[in-house]
Design a protein around this ligand. Sequence first.
Ligand code: ADP
Ligand code: MG
Length: 620
Amino acid sequence: MATIHHLPDRLISQIAAGEVVERPSSVVKELVENSLDAGAGEVRVELEAGGRQRILVADDGGGMDRDDALLAFDRHATSKIASFDDLESVGTLGFRGEALAAIAAVSRVELTTARESGDGTRVRIEGGRIRSAEPAARARGTTIEVASLFWNVPARRKFLKAPATELRRALEVVEGYALARPEVRFSLLSEGRALLETLPAGADPEGARRRIGQIFGTAFAEQLAALPLRVGTEGERISGFVGRPETARGKRLFVFVNRRLLKDRNLLSAFYRAVREEWRSEDFPALFLFLDVPPEEVDVNVHPQKAEVRFRDSRLVDRVGEVLRAGLSLARGEEPAPLRSPRGGPSMPFAWQGLGGWEPRRQEQGDVWEVREAPGPVYGEEAADPFAPVSSPAPADSRMPMGRLATAALAPLERPMVPLSGRSGEVRPFRLLGQYKGTLILVEGPDGLYLVDQHVAHERILYERLRRELASAKPASQRLLSPVLLDLAPAERLRLAGLADELEPVGFGLAELSGGTLALTAIPAVLSAEEGEKLVLSLAASGVADSSEPGALARELLEALAASLACKAAVKMHHPLRPAEMEALLTELFAAEQPYACPHGRPIVLTMTDADLERRFGRR
Ligand code: ADP
Ligand code: MG
């Protein structure tokens, strides 16, 4: 029944093309890579209908002579490698010689190129067939125009997304290369309108920061912390920038290996691990990581679109992790020590120090709870004797003998019972005992001792407030007196603009100002202006918005956002609260639908029942 036969060459090319050219942005990527490989100082990209109709990439690189211009479209024709040995040490972005052939197989291409100004060649190709080749005038460099992508592969055409989505993806590619090559001038025009324009910013680290500023806004670039530069023997170099905790958000994660933009899972997970270890947080800040290694140390030939690489030295990722941790610790700045010391070191010396370094300072107006530098855990010799005095910056008069229960308790023990009403309306007597290390609220209840994690409790409260608001038929919206201008990269701006219709019913107003800047004009009334801004910014930078299934998606998205926003906005650990604040928090918490676990499932309240306590004290 089966008769085997060879496929025609054209079909083979079309099948192969599918691996390289998936959508307009993959064409843009290959063409921009070629321009950079040709030594361009300027790359201009023009798109129509998000690239579905027309993609043009022009550069001022080395150009090609007539023979090369014709050869360039053959499969496996390249000027970049000649032998297997070369493959071991490719220093260029391209090397497979497949891109132009693949692109030409599925579109109409016009190439105009010149090695010397004025003396150029124009080649027209349609569906892989050369139609004409003639002399043409052009300044040194190359222009490639790709029209009607997939005109001869209807199945592929159907899988393309709306022009705005394709445009955004193409923009992301150009932004990525613009970040990789600060010294090159990039521009992107869509339907004749400039969406991205960058001046050459210089190849030095400050150039990289300037370039980040050109794309994401200077305010964002300036707050980034530089990673401590690590220059190894053998030409290994690790550098870059990370964001600070206050600006942690979304998905501005960029990893470059030898100035090639990658989505390398190993390096990214090293980053996630570093953030979890160093910040104990799931809020991943922006990352711009530049890794430069000798070409023979990295194998780029493991992925058809070259998005992943393999390192010969597997410990390289560990070294990157070290640099990231050091950078993250710089970016965070000073912070009180967590409850217990990280990484399994000795825990807090067992000595009472009052309530963890927060001390009341008496003033005329009453109690003012002031943050003092916590003495922090003491390790090593000094800590060997747990009852030895711990050097503490406490003023002499308030110093208490170590090793005994503190006499001056932080929160007044004599406070009256707080009636906290449960959901069923019953009134339960609770008494606030105080705050433990600025982190846990201690409450005496009718049946035992309650430890409440203040951050998680507040998070739950905010989450429920937000969710209620978002779920109600028409959430109250609040106009902003002065619109908030949003600092967004061009691709982020497009993504957010595309979500405007879905955001409107939940209370967000977005307006496009002249010059393309997006402004936030209204926010859901439950949010402060700052929270509203944070929320839309993280929407703009997150990939969730891509899987477009309208309506249901928006709701789900907002639920997830309510959770993460609640977490960001919630009062942090190591933050002293006044008794009245603690009471307000507890009252709202116990009225919550789910007072015992945060939206991420972490426990909020630990209880030690009287029975537990009696058992543990051997009274039972
Ligand atoms: P590769 O980049 O893997 O070599 P391509 O199919 O992308 O394969 O390109 C084939 C060849 O065409 C390249 O090796 C290069 O010599 C030439 N070429 C492509 N684009 C340009 C350009 N913008 N400027 C100069 N030469 C180019
Ligand atoms: Mg190429």
